[in-house]
Design a binder for this molecule. Sequence first.
Ligand SMILES: Cc1ncc(COP(=O)(O)O)c(C=O)c1O
Length: 343
Amino acid sequence: MESIDWRNLSFGYVRTDYNVRCYHKNGHWGELEITSSEYIPLHMAATGLHYGQEAFEGLKAFRGKDNRVRVFRWADNARRMHDTALGIKMAAVPAELFKKAVFTVIRLNEKFVPPYGTGASMYIRPLLIGSGAEVGVKPASEYLFVVFVTPVGPYFKEGFKPVDILVCREFDRAAPLGTGCYKVGGNYAASLTSLEIAHKKGFSTTLYLDPKEKKYIDEAGPANFFGIKKNTYITPSSRSILPSITNMCLQQLSRDLGLQVECRPVPYDEISTFEEVGACGTAAVITPIRNILDPDTKTTYEFCLDGKPGPVSTKLYQRLISIQNGDEPDTHGWIEFPEQNNN
Ligand SMILES: Cc1ncc(COP(=O)(O)O)c(C=O)c1O
């Protein structure tokens, strides 16, 4: 599209032509509807508004040098949204409906998939809300599934450049046995105050610790955390973090590169032993971390001493974006082409 400055897109909302919707009523999903309206009609007593029965996802589509549009790992997002739905007692979206909605909305808005080589991509946002009216605390009897798309640039304005992050002990984004492992809006609402504090102090995001003991690393704002040392990719396993699909990719790509992979509780005290650290996610891709400031002990852990991302993070980043853009073979079956799926 001529009016969009693809190279300078931020991670924000840009209107596209269409979105798709589907209603779950009387125990089953209806037909997929296509609309140009950016608004959804919602009952004022909808459980999504009062009791947080709301789930969402985030995935991306990329345009290759061959001009073909590639959707990245949609089935994993479908699975995670399914788990989230069950976790907060919502009607789950079947994988086939998820796929149909995602592929349809991409095809309808194909001109908004940014050109190859701009660094931008199409962000796909599936949203599931309890739309049925209730006043007591209980699951809704009706649900609305919406998928919209928007072209985006990098989540952290720095792109693939090292950022500084702030350790957060005053706030948790989720409770120890709460909803941290689900993609529900409440976790993000809970993170807003701490994110604002970090931003005001000049940090890109917060580093959350485990909410029970504050002894282990949880995640980095809206992204998972990883550290590299001794040829090993190390990432926290925790009940209160979102299972990141990008992190799953990086674990696989690390193995491909001959690294060991450890997914385990990562003690906070281990930070100083890492050679490289980073944040990863669909939006963040890999964001290398330069400084981690602990405001309570007034310690700064420094990485990227030459100002550049570390060698392993760089290799992983390049591999991942090359596969997403179709520059390297997709040996793990992560890519699908909406044009070939007229479901
Ligand atoms: C809290 C949180 N952690 C991690 C991630 C990264 O997950 P993914 O790689 O699936 O995008 C996200 C983004 O979805 C997130 O919101």
